[in-house]
Design a protein around this ligand. Structure first.
Ligand SMILES: NC(=O)c1ccc[n+]([C@@H]2O[C@H](COP(=O)([O-])OP(=O)(O)OC[C@H]3O[C@@H](n4cnc5c(N)ncnc54)[C@H](O)[C@@H]3O)[C@@H](O)[C@H]2O)c1
Length: 233
């Protein structure tokens, strides 16, 4: 999702810094915007400081922050009664601290600019319980949703908009467990009212809208992108 949003921003002419713990992907769009890639751990404040500072230098201003970092460790992230507490802590560091730290370092630069827009990627898991317990993931996604609303209110007077996207089932690397299991994939597609997984293009299109001036009166809210899944009774 992060790469698709980054590519859509580059294609619309934005100069951006992309950061991820993984090595640089080969499919970064050619422009017209210019891209810088930094590899590192976004739950580490020193790295976040470097990324945000590089973005300011690279673009000459800091308008947008999009954070899509997240891990879903299905095998270890189980019921909180049974979970190893190190797993709980690490999921929170990655899923929530990364969002907190990037926002913390981006806000002062947006204030210098006279405003900006932020997008935090949560999940429909922020809205509901799950019979298949993944308690650290779900709780961290709920925290992202609450944090984005709090940030929106704090900085609305400074012309900084903050929104969350709550994706449902989207076909990305996170779905690697379903590779080679077409029958399980079909079962999930049958649950989704639109009868398909979402694509990263579905997320990128909505992201560009929420960052753009077309969404200038939208802050402190969330956009559910789930093919109708959470509309089901
Ligand atoms: N795919 C889905 O169905 C789905 C549904 C709901 C929410 N989400 C959320 O959407 C976001 C994007 O997920 P995705 O589906 O594109 O999966 P993804 O695994 O492709 O993307 C997550 C990215 O976060 C990076 N990352 C993990 N730990 C990091 C760290 N410490 N520092 C820097 N980068 C780190 C990973 O390397 C990966 O590139 C996640 O927050 C995820 O929880 C995904």
């Amino acid at each position: 999702m992060g790469l698709a949003i980054a590519n859509a921003l580059l294609e619309s002419g934005a100069n951006i810094v992309l950061a991820d713990i993984k090595p640089k992907p080969e499919t970064i769009a050619d422009g017209p915007g210019r891209a810088v890639y930094l590899q590192g751990d976004l739950s580490d404040e020193e790295f976040v400081r470097e990324v945000v500072g590089r973005a300011q230098d690279h673009a000459g201003r800091f308008d947008y922050l999009v954070n899509t970092v997240g891990v879903w460790w299905g095998e270890e992230d189980v019921s909180l009664v049974d979970m190893d507490l190190d797993v709980w802590d690490r999921v929170f560091e990655i899923n929530i601290d990364s969002m907190m730290l990037t926002a913390r370092h981006a806000v002062p630069l947006m204030l210098q600019n006279g405003g900006g827009a932020m997008l935090l990627i949560s999940s429909i898991q922020a809205l509901r319980g799950d019979p298949l317990a993944q308690d650290a993931y779900s709780a961290s996604k709920g925290a992202i949703r609450a944090m984005s609303k709090s940030l929106a209110i704090q900085f609305a007077g400074d012309n900084i908009r903050v929104n969350a996207i709550l994706p449902g089932y989207i076909w990305t690397d996170m779905m690697w467990r379903l590779e080679g299991k077409p029958e399980r994939r079909k079962e999930i597609e049958n649950i989704i009212p639109l009868q398909r997984f979402g694509t990263v293009a579905d997320i990128a299109g909505a992201s560009l809208f929420l960052l753009s001036d077309a969404a200038s009166f939208i802050t402190g809210t969330e956009l559910i992108i789930d093919g109708g899944t959470t509309a089901l009774p």
